[in-house]
Design a protein around this ligand. Structure first.
Ligand code: PMP
Length: 413
């Protein structure tokens, strides 16, 4: 694959930081006496040790020596122990074909501050002003907030209860005319962003057949697929193969997150894919946050060390059970109060129910005024429209937090 064709001008201009390079040498060779880096002396840090208890009775412990490492600068790509775990998880759940490729083109990953931080770096790496970018419509509002200011042309691709529709994608590409874009000199799109599982806002999960069709289209038109999959571990049924699992070329950049299964506040996610892409992200990381918190990365990898793959899987099963019960409750109260007034498809995972209000052209006012008067907060479908100002008959309902009583009261209102 010609990776350089996808790299934006800003990303292509990024260079290795000389300071970070010396940090890497010191990390790999602790015997080296470094007078190069601006490492603060940990003897001056106030924290000495830590012990974090888990709900299942384990303890993640940091003695004085561990604490010195945990509070110090570390590699921009991520701590070696967490990166080892990332690789282990990808071998187990995705077995990426690109792992068999040579190191220079093969699989690698970079730890980020949640997948949001990773995603914005991915877009900066792929998009030049004036570019045309394909996205699920409706689309995760957090993604719209990233790409809208990038002066690119956002091209909506229709979705249904199984997410992105291959026919809609094909039709955009087959009928591509430069004059359709806001910059007539710009090329056919090179980037497709999609949420394959338990979509935000629609809750939709793509079938394997769809993913295969979409991947084949990406190969035909030489697209990069940005696979944003933070709800992967919140699927109630056996997950189908991911885009990364189908990716024989290196054209899939996958975004993962620990937010929904470990903690959203610890801010841990990672981006994985072919080295030529991930290496650009590492350079961005060197120039921006330097790295994700060393302490938090160690906290997570140490818990994973104690759990092992089996313990992690048991934990994710528990998480799925919890959200499945919440989903069932939400469906129960929605059916009780909204039958005949609204339409919905039962989500196969995640946290969101996408409800269409029958006979309502746009839910925005209804939600912003009437629902709020009844002390209920919801999001109108229009907040997720790729084309700003498009009205929507839908609203997004989150069932992750509310109790049965709150669900019953809010849907009844
Ligand atoms: N992508 C999607 C589709 C999301 O729903 C979210 C969280 N709302 C994110 C990315 C960002 O998640 P985080 O940064 O917490 O990993």
């Amino acid at each position: 694959m010609n990776f350089s064709r996808f790299i934006s001008r800003v990303s292509a201009a990024r260079k290795e930081s000389p300071i970070r390079e010396t940090t890497q040498i010191k990390l790999q060779n602790p015997e080296v006496i470094s007078l190069a880096g601006g490492y603060p002396n940990p003897a001056m840090f106030p924290f000495q040790s830590a012990e974090i208890k888990t709900r299942d009775g384990l303890k993640v412990q940091f003695n004085e020596q561990d604490m010195k490492t945990a509070l110090q600068y570390s590699a921009s790509q991520g701590t070696p122990d967490l990166l080892k775990w990332v690789k282990k998880l990808h071998v187990k759940y995705h077995n990426p074909p690109i792992m068999k490729m040579e190191e220079k083109e093969g699989f690698t990953a970079c730890v980020s501050c949640g997948s949001q931080d990773g995603l914005i770096k991915v877009f900066e790496m792929l998009i030049n002003p004036g570019d045309n970018v394909l996205l699920d419509d409706p689309c995760y509002a957090g993604t719209l907030a990233m790409v809208k200011p990038m002066d690119c042309n956002l091209i909506p691709v229709s979705t249904d209860h199984h997410g992105l529709q291959p026919n809609s994608l094909l039709s955009v590409l087959e009928n591509w005319k430069p004059e359709n874009s806001h910059d007539p000199k710009s090329d056919i799109p090179r980037v497709l962003y999609t949420i394959p599982n338990c979509g935000n806002p629609t809750g939709a999960t793509q079938t394997l057949e769809r993913k295969k069709e979409i991947y084949a289209i990406a190969q035909k038109y030489d697209l990069v697929i940005v696979e944003d999959d933070p709800y992967y571990f919140l699927q109630f049924n056996t997950p189908s193969l991911s885009y990364q699992a189908l990716d024989v070329d290196g054209r899939v950049i996958r975004c993962d997150s620990m937010s929904k299964v470990m903690s959203s506040g610890l801010r841990i996610g990672w981006i994985s894919g072919a080295y030529p892409f991930i290496q650009r992200l590492i350079l961005h990381q060197q120039a921006s946050i330097l790295h994700t918190s060393t302490f938090v990365q160690m906290m997570i990898s140490r818990l994973l060390d104690q759990w092992g793959l089996e313990g992690f899987e048991n934990h994710t099963k528990n998480v799925q059970k919890f959200y499945k019960e919440r989903r069932d409750a939400m469906i129960k109260y929605t059916t009780k109060w909204l039958t005949g007034l609204a339409e919905w498809t039962e989500p196969e995972g995640g946290m969101f129910l996408w409800i269409k209000l029958v006979g309502v052209d746009d839910t925005t006012l209804l939600i912003k005024k009437k629902a709020l008067e009844k002390k209920v907060l919801l999001l109108p479908g229009s907040a997720f429209s790729v084309v700003e100002g498009t009205s929507s008959s839908f609203c997004r309902v989150s069932y992750s937090f509310a109790t049965d009583e709150e669900m019953d009261d809010s849907v009844c209102d």
